[in-house]
Ligand binder design. Structure first.
Ligand code: NCD
Length: 351
């Protein structure tokens, strides 16, 4: 039985809990000093198996501003991972040193796998091309503070929607707020996965120019080169200064960053460009998240334990790499999906 509130996927929480974190983040943005002793005796571990600037440093800043301390690595090659240590053993040990642990890992479902053996709460800071829930909290706080509401928005999501984990988490969560509609803008090879489309009201188009006039928010992303397996790079989308004339005057432009060249530098001076502010808000919302997770109000259900005789066929799933993990699947309507990476089980395997 799991004893901790982990943040693996925001779907594990009621919308009211997500709103509570965002609202607390908004208060922290205004009254940061008020929270400076909250984590006085607490240790945060950051385990980053993949490159990161904002996520890692904003978590570190968040813990330091809460009065806590830090341990961790940002290059697994300097830890025992380089000697072949498995995820279970690293997690087990580090979670016995820390009160809360943040992990980024290139393998899909790795945050859930880590939570199974952890002795403290785990926060998913990105598990391969799957999810990135704390970026979504950052995005929600930005939308709340810069647009005033999280509902009734037409949201353009542009770029790499296949491997862009930030877009998956964002659409999953924003689709729970009423009246939100999505416009997915991508090359066909980088289209939004079906498990996200299944839960959204959306349309798909290929032209960014055509999408711009109706958007309340545009979420740009870079092509995830490190995850792309095709041979020729797909078409790139670039938001230029000239294109801004077609956008609503009160629209906002977000990007999880890093930007490669999807947004022209000249766009930065437009008041609708909110991506640097968005990165700053990441500290406040992560402070709020640490505070709420440590209250341990929602012990997370990790594995259903069902269909354990089936095998996840996603080669990027953590069960492929960490062979000791039990297989586990859940049923939603007619589909059965892996509890770690959410890949759907193929027709042949359905009982
Ligand atoms: C994103 C990520 O790591 O998924 N960056 C971030 O956390 N702000 C986006 C990306 O790398 O493209």
């Amino acid at each position: 039985m799991n004893r901790f509130t982990h943040l693996i996927d925001l779907d594990d929480f009621p919308v009211s809990y997500i709103e509570k974190i965002v609202n607390l983040g908004a208060d922290i943005a205004l009254n940061t000093a008020k929270y400076s002793e909250y984590c006085k005796d607490k240790v945060l571990a950051t385990l980053f198996y993949e490159p990161s600037t904002r996520t890692q440093m904003s978590f570190q800043t968040a813990m330091l501003r809460l009065g806590g301390t830090l341990i961790g690595f940002d290059n697994p090659e300097t830890s025992s991972v380089a000697k072949g240590e498995n995820l279970k053993d690293t997690t087990k040990v580090v979670s016995s040193y820390a009160d809360i642990m943040v992990m980024r890992n290139p393998v899909e479902g790795s945050a859930k796998a880590a939570a199974i053996s952890a002795d403290c709460p785990i926060i998913n800071a990105g598990d391969g091309g799957h999810l990135h829930p704390t970026q979504t909290l950052t995005d929600l706080l930005t939308i709340k503070l810069e647009k005033g509401e999280l509902e009734n928005l037409t949201i353009g999501v542009c770029g790499d929607l296949k491997y862009g984990r930030t877009t998956h988490s964002l659409c999953k969560t924003l689709s729970k707020f009423s009246g939100n509609r999505f416009v997915f803008i991508s090359a066909p090879e980088l289209a939004m996965p079906d498990y996200i489309k299944d839960i959204c009201e959306f349309k798909e188009i290929y032209s960014l120019e055509d999408a711009l006039p109706e958007l309340d928010m545009l979420y740009m992303t870079r092509i995830q080169r490190e995850r792309f397996t095709g041979t020729t790079m797909p078409q790139k989308y670039i938001l230029t200064k000239e294109m801004l004339a077609a956008m609503k005057p009160d629209a906002i432009i977000l990007h999880p960053l890093p930007r490669v060249d999807e947004i022209e530098i000249a766009v930065d001076d437009d008041p609708r460009a909110k991506y640097f502010l968005q990165a700053k808000y990441g500290v406040y919302v992560r402070m709020a998240l640490i505070i709420e997770i440590l209250k341990n109000e929602y012990p997370t259900k990790l594995l259903s334990g069902e269909f354990s005789d089936k095998i996840c066929e996603n080669e990027k799933c953590v069960t492929t790499k960490e062979k000791y993990l039990p297989q586990s699947f859940s049923r939603k309507g007619d589909t059965i999906f892996c509890d770690y990476c959410e890949s759907l089980i193929t027709q042949q395997q359905i009982p």
